[in-house]
Write a protein that binds this ligand. Structure first.
Ligand SMILES: [Fe+2]
Length: 198
């Protein structure tokens, strides 16, 4: 991965302002969002996604966790077990995210479903709506995989961090339940190709 192909200089100022707020609120979530957007851009290029669709997808990936602005950073970084109330708040971050991106969605700069549905699972066990695959766009199913892959390979708890092969094995283990099998297959193939040629 060599950085976002789309220059951040051409990203809408409203997106940059939100990202700056996120960086200040929680650097871990900010760094994760940048990496997820980078993977989404890279993966979309392999899928030959149309330029405008790809751009909207990357903008949405940059802001997929923007709803975490509403959640105290102590809760986001808590090392001990979350209370039920804290967990409820965390599970609401996709809905909170919509409050921040409604203007961008109205201008057709982001895809609201990517922000709202990025924690929905293929088998309908995700949150916040228990949506099923048939209700999820390709971009939503892609970010579900990439979000998890980045979380696994860059976990801030060193004990829990997985190498690339372990993370791909985990994606395969959970295909059909958490993840769309076709997206997992394509993602694994492209990551393996990229690691062979690097
Ligand atoms: Fe999230």
């Amino acid at each position: 991965m060599s950085g976002l192909r789309m220059s951040m200089e051409v990203v809408d100022p409203e997106i940059l302002t939100l990202l700056a707020r996120l960086e200040q609120h929680d650097t871990g979530t900010y760094a994760h969002s940048m990496r997820v957007a980078e993977y989404c851009d890279w993966f979309a290029s392999h899928l030959n996604m149309r330029r405008m669709d790809r751009q909207r997808f990357v903008h949405s990936a940059l802001l997929h966790d923007i709803g975490k602005l509403r959640i105290p950073s102590e809760v986001l970084n808590k090392n001990t077990k979350l209370t039920d109330e804290e967990w409820r708040e965390i599970r609401n971050h996709p809905v909170y995210g919509m409050e921040y991106v409604s203007g961008l969605a109205d201008r057709n700069i982001v895809l609201p479903d990517v922000i709202m549905l990025h924690h929905e699972n293929t088998d309908g066990t995700g949150y916040p709506f228990n949506s099923r695959t048939s209700e999820l766009s390709a971009q939503v199913r892609i970010i579900r995989v990439i979000d998890s892959f980045d979380a696994m390979t860059s976990n801030r708890n060193y004990q829990l961090v997985k190498n690339v092969d372990e993370a791909l094995a985990e994606l395969i283990r959970c295909e059909g339940t958490l993840y769309d099998p076709e997206i997992v297959r394509l993602f694994c193939a492209h990551i393996q190709d990229a690691s062979k040629s690097s």
